[in-house]
Design a binder for this molecule. Sequence first.
Ligand code: GAP
Length: 489
Amino acid sequence: MSKQTDDFFKSVVSHAKEYGFVFQSSEIYDGLSAVYDYGQLGSELKNNLKTYWWKSMVQLNENIVGIDAAIFMHPTTWKASGHVDGFNDPMIDNKDSKKRYRADQLIEDKIARYEADGKTDKAAALLADLNKALNADDLAGLKTIIEEHNIVCPVSGTKNWTEVRQFNLMFATQMGAMADGAEQVYLRPETAQGIFVNFLNVQKTGRMKIPFGIAQIGKAFRNEVIARQFIMRMREFEQMEMQFFCRPGTEMEWYNKWKETRLKWHLALGFNPDNYRYHDHDKLAHYANAAVDIEFNFPFGFKEVEGIHSRTDFDLKQHQEFSKKKMQYFDTEINQNYIPYVIETSIGLDRLFLTVLCNSLVQEDLSTDEKQDSRVVLKFPPALAPVKAAILPLTKKDGLPEKAREIMATLKLDYNVQYDEKDAIGKRYRRQDAIGTPFCITVDHQSLEDNTVTIRDRDTMKQERVAIADLERIVSDLAGWNTLLKKLI
Ligand code: GAP
């Protein structure tokens, strides 16, 4: 099955649910729109993705440290950052279906349809008009485009639209016991601001010298106007962000370095490089002087997974102004005080998770002349696999389970491993293939005599007899962090 189809995407979503990767939030109450829970295998995969990011940022770079800032922040933070006034999406309602849409996404969908129909000139002209209207915050202009291009509501099929209005994406709540005296606070819409407000704390206590970075992994919340495509656009999601502070004037050099470094990080996972590309921003955010996305070719087309932004000194300057605290750094090399410039790398963990699922899910035809056969495999990069090895006694008797448990007791100190003695061995292999376990270790009667086992490779399905004493090394050589991280240096 081609990976660029709706059917493939449906199979990813249903596989994720069937095997305990992703569930709809509060499913027993019919779910909550654009909110998802990660199940027993999904949370393992997510943790592995976080570890891969954290180790490559914080452990491999002497000048990058990590923090864990609170989700709630002083509300002035969001005034200073521009989110209270400017973190809006242009939205439009269809009066017949009562459905709400993002005006820019309706237009983007139309551009995609023009492209699919081979009307590339029309698509390019419409894209230029869209960018012009967005850059000028021209809401009436967006409405005119929608009317002129005969864009209809996908539900009602009519053009009975309201005006385009701005809609702030931040979730607000009250802090304090009494509604009267309570202060309005926001759930952070990005983790970056937790880094900016701690810039001086970290720089001073960590004796950090510019250039240096601060990394963070954490939840972010956005009241997305429309939620779509599974964990692609969620209202509660997780970001992995790093702000790299540098001397003004050196930012483009660092921007280019991080642009390259981040793509290399994605490609080190070993998936098809043709499915990754850069996309330079036409419309720059108010704080940026350069911005690029790393896009992945999802079943629904190339979409952003990570953004690399040159954020200038905008955020620190704003916080200096609003807090009246100096956000400056004294650079001893040039004997100057300045507000550092910032390069940001910002990746959505959930979107990354989805890239890994889409890349890894494979339906393989194993038919021979004698019989029809197939298997579903998750070909995860071994270091990311939720379960690294399954330990399988060939039978439930003759001391084989005890021997298998001995092996398990050693391997589980370093890796998440599973024990399974139920059903025929072939069926057990298939179960492990479907959750992406790189190794199946089978304990048989010979194991009791010579302390060897068979080890089956998930991808080749080949089996080899090896000494039990070698198992730790074999698993580590393929699935240890060391093997993956070495590709980055
Ligand atoms: N601090 C910069 C920032 O937040 P962004 O492009 O708005 O930039 C960064 O978000 C990344 O966060 C995106 O590339 C995407 O992977 C992820 N992201 C943003 N909104 C999301 C959503 N609603 N659901 C899931 N991931 C999201």
